[in-house]
Structures are given as C-alpha cells and as structure tokens.
Write a protein that binds this ligand. Structure first.
Ligand code: HEM
Length: 280
C-alpha cells in the first residue's frame, strides 16, 4: 500500500514552475482575499472581528447568487430547479448562524479595546444584507440614502429594490395553478413590502390541504419557510450576541442598538405562510 511518504518520493512529480501556469492562489484570488484585513488597532481580537464579518459577507454573496437564480427559475415555471438552490441557501444559513458562536468568544472588555476605532461603520450599512432583504421582499427604500456617496452601488441597490421578490414570483406561481389571487396583489407595486392578504392565505391553505395535488407549491412553501425561519434565527442570535457584548449601548450605526435589533425581529417576509399554521 502506498503511504504518504511514497506519494512524495519522486519530487519531479510536484509542479513547481508557475511562470506560465495558474496556481491555487491565482484561481481563488487569495492575494486580495487574504489581504483584506486592515485592523485599526493593535488589539489581538480585532482580527476575529474582521474575519467573522468577512466570512458572513462571503456567505451572503453565495446566498444572493442562489436566491436570485431561484427567482428566475420560479418566474420561468421551473419550480423543481429552484428547490435545489433554495435547499442550499438553508444549509448556508446554518453556517452563517454558527458565526455567532465564534464571535461570542469576544468579551465586552476585548471589544471595548477597539470599538472606538470603528467610527460610524456598522453592519447596518451591509449592502449585501439589504439586497438579500429586497430579494426576500422586505423593501426599505430609505436605507438607500446610505449609498449616495457611491452612485454605481446605489443604482445596483435601486434595481435590486425595485425587482420582484421571491415571494412575488411565488404568489404568481399560485395564480398560474388556478388558485384565485386578488388582482391588486398580482399587479402590486413590487417596490413596496408585501402586506398579508386574505386571498394569498387562502391559496396557500388550499395547497397545504391538498398536498398531493399541489406538491410543487407545497415544497416551495416549505423551502421559503426554512429560509425565513433561519433568517429569523440569525437575527435573534445577532441581537443576543450584541446584547452579550455591548449590552444596551447605542450602535455604531446610530440606532438604539439591541432595541432596534429586537424590533426587526417582528418583520415577516412571507406572512401568510406563518398565519396559515393557525388555521390548518
Ligand atoms: C461585536 C459584534 C457586533 C456588534 C456589537 C453589532 C452591533 C450591531 C448593532 C448595534 C446594529 C444596529 C445598527 C447600529 O446602530 O449599528 C447592527 C446591525 C447590523 N449588523 Fe451587527 N453587530 C456585530 C456583528 C455583526 C456581524 C458579524 C454581522 C455580519 C454581517 C453583522 C451584521 C449586521 C447587519 C446586517 C445589521 C443590520 C440589521 C438590520 O437593519 O436589520 N453584525 N449590528
């Protein structure tokens, strides 16, 4: 049996000339990725603080990639193709949630050593998080003011804000299956957050009461539930981790801190999917 030593016995097998060839680092852009830590203090723990934000943003990027593609699938009547992507989103969300366990190892005393150097920088300004909220249907146009200093980014965000959410295209899918949906919901202004609607709730209730007949819509509903449930769990862990680290201090972004983070927990993306549970 070949052991590790044998595998490296003939050193001529090892690729060493990379003048004309792509390396692992080239392919992954590691120079940029690994040189993106710019601590503003000399404190040991600032590195962790930066890393957990980087990891989170990378996962949000992947989630956006999947959700936006799933929106196109649902729009184009390819529900089953969207399921694979949406299921992947939930697994990534699980990873995102675990970031809080790592961050919770940062004590208040450690964080206070470098918090002042953050100035007014805050996760509140995470534009990817806003794009994800828009894709899921929570539309807050007022936050776009934050990005006025960067017109190109602001335009990208405006487009994301103005586009139909995954819930809009899912409601259209209900109507396509012949389930009655109010015209004003089908033709609604998608730049606004969807408000709970009785015809949508009744349509989803029909799906849940006839799962064999509406299997794909039922599966879609449960995928959406997984995503919203995990999003809320992420928000909850964020809120509790923040309370653990800064208590009830004001946020660096200017909000009331934990009080604000508790408030956003009341926001629903897919309200009828939650409401129907009481009526089944
Ligand atoms: C010690 C660590 C952290 C503290 C103390 C903290 C604190 C806060 C506070 C107080 C807010 C409210 C806005 C403000 O006034 O600043 C906020 C918002 C936010 N934070 Fe954090 N945060 C931390 C880590 C993170 C991490 C790792 C992420 C990952 C991306 C993150 C993402 C966000 C997002 C997306 C918002 C906006 C939430 C919304 O508007 O619904 N935060 N954070």
């Amino acid at each position: 049996m070949q052991n590790q030593h044998d595998a490296f016995k003939d050193e001529r097998d090892i690729q060493t000339d990379f003048k004309e060839k792509m390396t692992y680092s080239d392919y992954l852009g590691l120079d940029t990725l690994l040189n993106s830590h710019h601590p503003l203090s000399n404190h040991h723990d600032e590195m962790l603080f930066i890393s957990v934000h980087h990891v989170s943003e990378i996962w949000i990027k992947q989630i956006l990639h999947e959700v936006n593609s799933a929106i196109q699938d649902i729009r184009a009547h390819r529900l089953s193709t969207s399921f694979k992507k949406l299921a992947r989103v939930s697994v990534i969300q699980d990873q995102l949630k675990q970031v809080w366990d790592v961050l919770a190892t940062l004590t208040p005393a450690e964080y206070m050593e470098f918090r002042d150097s953050l100035g007014s920088a805050s996760g509140f300004q995470s534009y990817q998080n806003r794009m994800l909220e828009f894709a899921l249907g929570y539309k807050t146009e007022h936050v776009l003011k934050i990005y006025e200093h960067d017109p190109e980014l602001r335009d990208t965000l405006q487009q994301a804000h103005d586009a139909p959410s995954i819930y809009d295209v899912s409601i259209q899918a209900l109507a396509r299956e012949g389930l009655p949906i109010d015209e004003d919901v089908l033709n609604r202004d998608v730049r606004l957050t969807h408000q709970s609607n009785e015809s949508v709730k009744q349509a989803w209730l029909t799906v849940y009461r006839n799962v064999d007949q509406y299997w794909e819509l039922y599966e879609l509903a449960e995928e959406l539930m997984d995503i919203e449930d995990l999003f809320q769990q992420w928000r909850f862990r964020h809120m509790k981790t923040v309370e653990r680290i800064i208590g009830f201090k004001q946020g660096t972004g200017g909000s009331g801190g934990v009080a604000y983070l508790k408030k956003v927990l009341e926001q629903y993306f897919f309200p009828e999917l939650w409401e129907l549970r009481t009526e089944l």
